[in-house]
Design a protein around this ligand. Structure first.
Ligand SMILES: Nc1nc2c(c(=O)[nH]1)N[C@H]1C(S)=C(S)[C@@H](COP(=O)(O)OP(=O)(O)OC[C@H]3O[C@@H](n4cnc5c(=O)[nH]c(N)nc54)[C@H](O)[C@@H]3O)O[C@H]1N2
Ligand SMILES: Nc1nc2c(c(=O)[nH]1)N[C@H]1C(S)=C(S)[C@@H](COP(=O)(O)OP(=O)(O)OC[C@H]3O[C@@H](n4cnc5c(=O)[nH]c(N)nc54)[C@H](O)[C@@H]3O)O[C@H]1N2
Ligand code: SF4
Ligand SMILES: [Mo]
Length: 741
């Protein structure tokens, strides 16, 4: 027997922990955490319940998709026929060509999900065929932060949490205790245990909030009001950093006026956070520098208040003097490896294609037109944000175009690393759009509900079978990852290889796809740094060490400090650029009807938040794994004991949840009592039942407990004119006990 040890990475969540794989006669038999590579965490193997999947799923010939499949019979019949790769790729290429010839290249849409794969191959494919319609979940996950930080500071930032240096850490709408098994959470947990100042802003007493020295619990979506209230205390009590504000901030007086628009009592009334807690948090944050402030998914999904909140958070970092200081916030550098925009080839997307983007003309910066304006600002520094993520059309518009043919017909969809039938807003509309399409191709590991509604399912290579790479869209000069441990098993292929093959069959030039596989492509990506792929696989990371206070550095050309890459050269607390895009010079809170104003508190009425992360699942993934289902068998809806009492509910009760505006549409979940704001319930997301019958009409029970039956894509853009968004947190609902027959 030959035994070999290879470096590789787990790929069962976005953190890509480093492992050493033992191979016996070429078969992976064992994994151990690799202490030499980022992000190493000795305890991950005990804490993370997912990593054993690496071995279980690699050779799985029952639940994995292992061969190209073509549907037999009607869509949703649940019947499949195994075909060869050549047949699959030839047929898909010829159908796509035909649809493009008939309806124009914009008729092809694509969908991605969370941080699973490298998505530039798909986006390069979309550029090649000339389609602007690459959907993603970016507008409700990641984009708001990237956009608002870049518009405020000139480029994106990172929370520079450093144990031993950071004096205060604010976690706003994020719960790494459950969303992040990796090194990052362990560092925070150690910091909190050692008595560090940890402020957690969360509607629920999450596992992270339970470790906090101060827990602020805003009513869903009122975070902008809360953030302004903190600013008010910091300014009123003269706790702000005068020197940084005078030298490096633009528009302080306007920002101050916006913060002083509401009294603390008014803010407390709206947010349901006490004045004392607001004051305590503001004082702790402002007087313990350096302080980090990190926001998360909870506040990326509060609809029209998402962008405004992120503007105020960016300003809070500035007035407390925490911008580009070690242990506070790091202003990122430009990547020295190839940027996402270069990898996507997005510069080649024609003007005509851009004009057909479904976010034109009214989605502020989240559109090709808006992106071009923003890009003109950062391009002066030789920097480009990832264009495809930051222009991705609102899914509701793509679905509507498929259903109604307006403004043109969307007839084909390529899904890569996503399960939109379960995870995108408005499941009913997604299903109707799928039904209206001529061609759906899904690159997948398992027969998800989305795969079940597709015409072709292509077997994607997963963890250990392909190299891992994380560069956060190329907004910083840091990337990490590692090599594959083995070749793809069965007939699985890398996503990159599948999309390259498809592009070549449709007539794209080989020179647009110079690398033959993902390893070569990643080697090409990091080549400009001077690092070889071989060297990368040893260290597992690439990029230059962080340095700080870059705004103060003297630019040799002008002899002046570099400043910030904004119109004023300063941090823009009042923002002329965003004003030119239709938003105010300072951020405003937008009360959501039925949630913040005219709230019905009558029979069974509650405000719902969704998708608070829990172990062991990840979005809609791993529900087919028996050990995980045993660990967490039922979808739960959390609520406080007081709320349960008002609703006549108790722990474990089976309940039906509906939106107040569509009472006929109900989902089933089970009550779980937890410490959270009264009048609010927290429903799980991602649920489907892989053990149930596949195919129409129920697609493995995907309409029973799936909370996205109750979420809606939002059009029109008004009142938030910048990104365009939808609401996952803060939905007027009704809840009632399910009566047993
Ligand atoms: N109501 C509500 N909805 C939400 C959210 C919420 O909080 N509430 N959160 C939203 C957020 S932030 C996100 S990111 C999304 C997540 O939504 P999705 O990303 O759509 O959900 P996942 O279950 O992670 O689906 C990913 C699918 O891709 C497959 N996959 C994983 N890796 C790869 C790969 O490398 N290649 C290929 N081809 N396939 C792969 C998996 O098998 C899985 O079926 O959900 C969003 N939806
Ligand atoms: N186990 C697991 N881990 C995951 C995922 C998963 O599905 N499962 N998904 C991955 C993905 S795609 C993402 S984007 C990240 C997200 O990771 P995080 O950003 O950490 O998101 P959550 O863990 O959902 O924590 C968000 C918190 O916001 C709170 N919240 C909800 N509404 C509001 C509000 O209006 N205001 C405030 N202040 N708080 C609110 C919720 O109670 C919740 O505790 O997690 C990743 N990790
Ligand atoms: S935390 Fe994520 S990447 Fe790390 S071992 Fe667990 S599933 Fe894998
Ligand atoms: Mo996400």
């Amino acid at each position: 027997m030959t035994t070999e040890i290879k470096k590789t990475n787990c790929h069962y969540c976005g953190y890509l922990c480093a492992f050493d794989a033992t191979l016996e006669d070429g078969r992976v038999t064992k994994l151990t955490p690799d202490p030499t590579r980022y992000p190493y965490d000795a305890s991950v193997a005990q804490r993370c319940v997912r990593w054993p999947l690496n071995l279980e799923k690699l050779y799985d010939d029952t639940t994995r998709v292992n061969y190209p499949l073509r549907r037999k019979g009607e869509r949703g019949s649940g019947q499949w026929e195994r075909i060869s790769w050549d047949e699959a790729l030839d047929e898909i290429a010829s159908k796509l060509k035909q649809l493009v010839a008939e309806h124009g290249s914009w008729t092809v849409a694509s969908a991605i999900g969370g941080p699973h794969a490298v998505y530039w191959p798909l986006h390069r494919f979309m550029t090649f065929i000339g389609s602007p319609n690459n959907m993603g979940i970016g507008p409700i996950c990641w984009n708001p932060r990237i956009w608002m930080d870049t518009m405020t500071y000139g480029w994106s930032v990172e929370c520079d949490f450093r144990p031993g240096l950071t004096q205060c850490l604010v976690l706003w709408g994020t719960n790494p205790a459950e969303s992040d098994n990796s090194l990052f959470w362990r560092n925070i947990a150690d910091y909190a245990r050692a008595g560090g100042n940890l402020i957690v802003v969360d509607t629920r007493l999450s596992m992270t909030a339970a470790r906090a020295s101060i827990w602020l619990h805003p009513f869903p979506g009122t975070d902008t009001v809360l953030a302004y209230a903190l600013a008010r205390v910091i300014i009123e009590e003269d706790l702000y950093d005068h020197e940084f504000v005078e030298k490096w901030c633009y528009g302080f007086d306007e920002f101050k006026a916006a913060a002083f628009e509401r009294t603390l009592d008014e803010a407390s009334e709206l947010t349901k956070v006490s004045v004392e807690d607001i004051q305590a948090a503001a004082r702790t944050y402002a007087t313990n520098c350096p302080a980090g402030l990190l926001s998360g998914r909870g506040v990326d999904q509060i609809g029209p208040n998402t962008a405004p909140l992120h503007r105020v958070l960016a300003s809070l970092r500035a007035i407390t003097g925490n911008v580009d200081v070690p242990g506070g916030t790091l202003l990122n550098e430009r990547p020295t490896f190839l940027s996402e925009m270069e990898l996507e080839g997005s510069a080649d997307l024609s003007q005509e294609s851009r004009e057909h983007g479904l976010n034109e003309p009214d989605c502020g910066i989240q559109s090709y037109r808006g992106f071009a304006k923003a890009d003109a600002r950062t391009a002066k520094l030789g920097r480009h944000l990832p264009m495809r993520y930051l222009t991705s059309p609102l899914p509701v518009r793509v679905w509507n175009a498929a259903v109604t043919g307006e403004p043109y017909r969307v007839s084909a969809l390529i899904v890569d690393g996503a399960n939109p039938l379960v995870t995108y807003a408005d499941t009913r509309l997604v299903k109707a759009a799928f039904e209206a399409m001529d061609l759906i191709v899904d690159l997948e590991f398992v027969m998800t509900p989305t795969a079940q509604m597709s015409d072709y399912v292509l077997p994607a290579a997963a963890a250990l079978e392909h190299p891992a790479f994380q560069a956060m869209g190329g907004v910083s000069d840091f990337c990490y990852g590692g090599p594959a441990a083995c070749e793809p098993q069965f007939e699985r292929r890398e996503d990159y290889v599948i999309l390259r093959e498809l592009a070549l069959r449709m007539g794209d030039a080989e020179e647009n796809w110079p690398a033959k596989n993902l390893t070569e492509e990643l080697a090409r990506t990091i080549a400009p740094t001077g690092m070889s792929w071989e060297a990368f696989t040893v260290t597992g990371q690439c990029g230059n060490p962080a340095h700080y206070y870059k705004h103060e550095e003297i630019d040799p050309e002008t002899g002046e400090p570099r400043g910030f890459a904004t119109e004023s050269g300063k941090v823009e607390l009042a923002n002329p650029f965003l004003a030119s895009m239709g938003a105010g010079r300072t951020a405003r809170f937008f009360p959501v009807p039925g949630v913040h104003v005219d709230r019905d508190e009558g029979d069974g009425c509650v405000t719902m938040i969704t998708g608070a992360r829990k172990q062991p699942y990840w979005a809609s993934s791993y529900f087919e794994v028996p050990s995980m289902r045993r660990r967490h068998p039922k979808p739960t809806v959390g609520m406080s004991a007081a709320t349960a009492e008002r609703l006549g509910l108790a722990e474990g009760d089976e309940v039906l949840i509906s939106r107040q505006d569509t009472p006929e549409l109900e989902i089933v979940q089970y009550v779980h009592l937890e410490n959270m704001v009264d009048g609010v319930v927290s429903a799980e997301y991602g649920w489907w039942y892989p053990e149930r019958r596949a195919g129409a009409p129920d697609y493995s029970g995907c309409f029973e407990s799936n909370v996205n039956l109750l979420t809606r894509g939002t059009v029109p853009m008004d009142p938030e004119p910048l990104i365009g968004t939808w609401i996952y947190n803060g939905i007027p609902c009704r809840i009632r006990k399910k009566e047993r027959e």
